[in-house]
Design a protein around this ligand. Structure first.
Ligand SMILES: [Ca+2]
Ligand SMILES: [Ca+2]
Length: 405
């Protein structure tokens, strides 16, 4: 037998293999074996139509799946577009509502200047300042809260960069840090002074700005200055202390308003000694000033004000009125001759730089107003900050920005 014939027999045995196996295993299984045999032999002819139907089914399923993916992607991108459009609409709506609050602030400040006394003095007893605690108002369906604060109630740290004012500003800053009981108060004040003053003589001059700041938050950039000193913290005994950022600014005329300064800064502004070298009891003087301003002792509630009547307390009508406070009769040294007196900025450039005294750093009027606005609608909340300047030239918005936290 040739090899080819032998191979043919093996192949034949393979083709009818099921049938033979069925016969060998047992007669009872013969039918099933035959059926399987028939199936194996008859496959190619009947399977082509079924195969085509199967392929069409698979193809349709694939198409359907593809369509599902496309449709869901379309729906997703449509939702993203919708959300983006809604965000842009809300942004615009909230910002416009916030900006409209500026018009209200402007109206308050304009009304303040309408009366002669209102123009001469700015104090916390005036309607614009009461606005700081006013209830939220509705602009359309946006809830808007406004807080107005004059810049002159804070110490302008940029005074440190002015030759004539740096001595005063450094002294007040150091006393403020001590009064607030900041940890390492002396070092904190010195670091800030060296950072801003224009010379390079000091312990902390390395990498210093040596010039004025644009925004108070730039103080946070001073290396190795503890953030708690600026933002507030808790001391070793667990008592919270406020941060310097509540008391300083980079705006305003640079003068300090006797009528609006917070108690802590008032204490620091008062000199430790009067013009005759006698020590000033700053705690007692501070209590007397606060009582004068509010009409009540600081540890007692303010007397109720009747509607229509002026609020309790009094305003300092000019800087010299401070001398009427007990213990402060000689608080101002006699004016030096030949120097530039009063005013803000760089007035008196013709004169040699003479350090300004306390009297020249004080005022009873404010020029710049910091407005903080919160606008909210549904779950959206935006915070804005604006700086409004009011002077003889009218109103100017010097700054408008959204606060991001
Ligand atoms: Ca006023
Ligand atoms: Ca410096």
């Amino acid at each position: 037998m040739s090899r080819a014939a032998a191979g043919g027999r093996r192949a034949g045995a393979g083709l009818v293999g099921h049938g033979q196996a069925g016969a060998v295993v047992g007669r009872g299984r013969g039918r099933a074996a035959q059926a399987r045999g028939r199936g194996a032999v008859g496959g190619p002819g009947g399977g082509s139509a079924a195969g085509q139907r199967g392929a069409a089914l698979v193809l349709s399923l694939l198409l359907l799946a593809l369509l599902c993916v496309l449709v869901s992607q379309l729906a997703f991108s449509a939702k993203v577009d919708h959300d983006l459009a809604a965000n842009a609409r809300d942004d615009l709506k909230l910002e416009l509502a916030g900006r409209s609050a500026l018009a209200l602030v402007r109206a308050h400040l304009r009304a303040d200047w309408a009366s002669p006394q209102g123009k001469q003095v700015d104090s916390l007893r005036e309607p614009w300042a009461e606005q700081a605690v006013a209830a939220p108002m509705l602009v359309g369906d946006v809830r808007v809260t406004v807080r107005i604060e004059d810049a002159e109630r804070r110490l302008n740290v940029n005074l440190l960069a002015l030759e004539q004012s740096r001595q005063f500003a450094a002294r007040v800053l150091a006393d403020l840090c001590a009064y607030l009981r900041l940890p390492q108060a002396d070092e904190v004040a010195e670091r800030i002074a060296d950072w801003i003053d224009t010379d390079e003589q000091g312990r902390f001059e390395r990498g210093a700005r040596n010039g004025p700041l644009f925004h108070p938050s730039e103080l946070l950039e001073i290396p190795e200055l503890p953030a708690e000193a600026l933002l507030g913290g808790v001391d070793a005994e667990g008592n919270p202390y406020p941060g310097l950022l509540e008391f300083v600014t980079t705006w305003g005329s640079g003068l300090l308003n006797l009528n609006t300064m917070p108690a802590e800064l008032l204490w620091a502004v008062l000199p430790p000694q009067d013009a005759n070298g006698r020590p000033i009891d700053r705690d007692a003087a501070l209590q007397a000033i606060l009582e004068f301003r509010t009409g009540a002792a600081p540890d007692q509630p303010a007397p109720p004000s009747s509607p229509g009547a002026p609020p309790p307390g009094q305003d300092f009508e000019n800087v010299d009125a401070l001398k009427r406070i007990p213990g402060l009769a000689d608080v101002f040294p006699p004016p030096a001759t030949g120097g530039a007196a009063g005013g803000a900025g760089t007035g008196g450039a013709q004169q040699p730089a003479r350090p300004r005294g306390l009297r020249e750093q004080l005022t009873v009027r404010s020029q710049d107003f910091l407005v903080r606005i919160e606008a909210s609608h549904a779950e959206q909340l935006r915070r804005y900050e604006a700086l409004l300047r009011r002077d003889e030239q009218g109103f100017r918005v010097l700054l408008w920005r959204e606060l991001v936290r």
